[in-house]
Design a protein around this ligand. Structure first.
Ligand SMILES: *Cc1c(COP(=O)(O)O)cnc(C)c1O
Length: 386
């Protein structure tokens, strides 16, 4: 089927909630993607930080193939080993409590919000301006962005957004607060790193008033910032965190991970999902986690991140570089959507614009030095072409 044919079907038959670039990808391997005409692309986006180990990582492909041929789904009415092993590994390697599985990022946040409110028997949720937590009603209510929220009012009550400042955050938390929910690095709003001071004041305010501190690590987790979880660098430990995106190495799985205090808040019947934690996705996630939780890989992400930040800062039209590890963005003095479109079309470099002046780069954690250099050279060309 030609691209024109796909576009015709989309226009006639697909609900228009996405603005797609005019490219059809048919194959991927590591950092590379190929379109239907056989053109090769460098992928500096990873499906928005999902294929963080590269496309079709052989060990993940093997795990999926093996599990698909054995058992794909039974529901949570029964036991399967991959989910239990994944829960053990996720919990032991982070907050030490318990895990609830789901199928996406927004669902992980829905679970976290329900958990926090049940733990407090109600209460407000405090979020930070510029946050993005997802598209379903609870997560959308936690996403204080007018354009995303306004058409869908009324939202879920009891959400308050504060400026990303320690004093504002402290002032917003009291004994009626169920939780503070935040991304250690805000992804969708353009890779804004929240300060350690802000995270610490959130921790202190929650401790003082008995509220839960929840980190949304859906984009920052799974090695993206140079540690397995972003909270590990800040030293601020949340009461729970949500993960998804790269967790499945390319297949859809999300999870809520609690610390000990929140581990036993849900009782049977409180929450659930038919697909959640199925053996197919759990087997993939177990392999992805095993591959990502590797000190050598994480050290390389950190080091390469430093190098890429320097390279980006030296490019024309780049006025600011933000981020950590391989979660990077640059602010431009030209149109970021136009640069991203030119990079894709003329340079065969995949990245995205999070706003009118911000380009985001989320290359695979497994990218080679040569591919990283080549990506920078292509981006320079795309920037120069404007
Ligand atoms: C992507 C993202 C979400 C939503 O995840 P979905 O899988 O698209 O529902 C939530 N929070 C953050 C920080 C994200 O980056």
């Amino acid at each position: 089927m030609s691209l024109a044919e796909l576009q015709r079907i989309e226009a006639e038959r697909v609900i228009g909630s996405y603005a797609r670039q005019p490219v059809e990808f048919v194959r991927g391997e590591g950092t590379l993607l190929w379109d239907a005409e056989g053109n090769e692309y460098l992928d500096f986006l990873c499906g928005i930080s999902v294929t963080s180990l590269g496309h079709c990582h052989p060990a993940i492909v093997a795990a999926v193939r093996e599990q698909a041929g054995r058992l794909m789904h039974t529901s949570n009415l029964f036991y399967t080993e991959p989910a239990m092993r994944l829960a053990e590994r996720l919990s032991a390697g982070s907050l030490g409590g318990k895990v609830f599985f789901c199928n996406s990022g927004t669902e992980a946040n829905e679970a976290a919000l329900k958990l926090a409110r049940k733990a407090r028997r109600g209460g407000d949720i405090v979020v930070v301006e510029g946050a993005f937590h997802g598209r379903t009603y609870g997560s959308l209510s936690a996403t204080p962005q007018e354009a995303k929220q306004a058409p869908f009012a009324p939202l879920v009550p009891g959400f308050r957004a504060v400026a990303p400042e320690p004093d504002a955050l402290r002032a917003a938390v009291d004994e009626r607060t169920a939780a503070v929910l935040l991304e250690p690095i805000q992804g969708e709003s353009g890779v804004h790193v929240l300060s350690d001071e802000l995270l610490m004041s959130a921790r202190e305010a929650c401790d003082e008033h008995g509220a839960s501190l929840i980190f949304d690590e859906i984009q920052t987790g799974m090695g993206r910032t140079g540690t397995l979880w972003a909270y590990q660098r800040s030293g601020v430990v949340p009461d729970a965190m949500t993960v998804a995106k790269a967790l499945g190495g390319g297949v859809p799985i999300g999870a809520l991970i609690t610390g000990k205090r929140l581990a036993d808040v849900f009782a049977p019947g409180d929450h659930g999902s038919t697909f959640a934690g199925g053996p197919l996705v759990a087997a993939a996630a177990l392999k992805a986690l095993e591959l990502t939780d590797d000190p050598a890989l994480l050290a390389r992400v950190e080091q390469l991140g430093v190098e890429l930040r320097e390279s980006l800062a030296a490019l024309p039209h780049v006025v600011e570089v933000r981020g950590r590890g391989l979660m990077l963005a640059c602010r431009l003095d030209v149109s970021a959507p136009e640069v991203a479109a030119r990079a894709l079309r003329e340079q065969r470099l995949v990245l995205n614009a999070t706003g009118p002046d911000t380009l985001r780069l989320l290359p695979p954690l497994t990218i080679s030095d040569e591919q990283a250099r080549e990506g920078m050279a292509r981006l320079e060309e795309a920037l120069a072409g404007g």
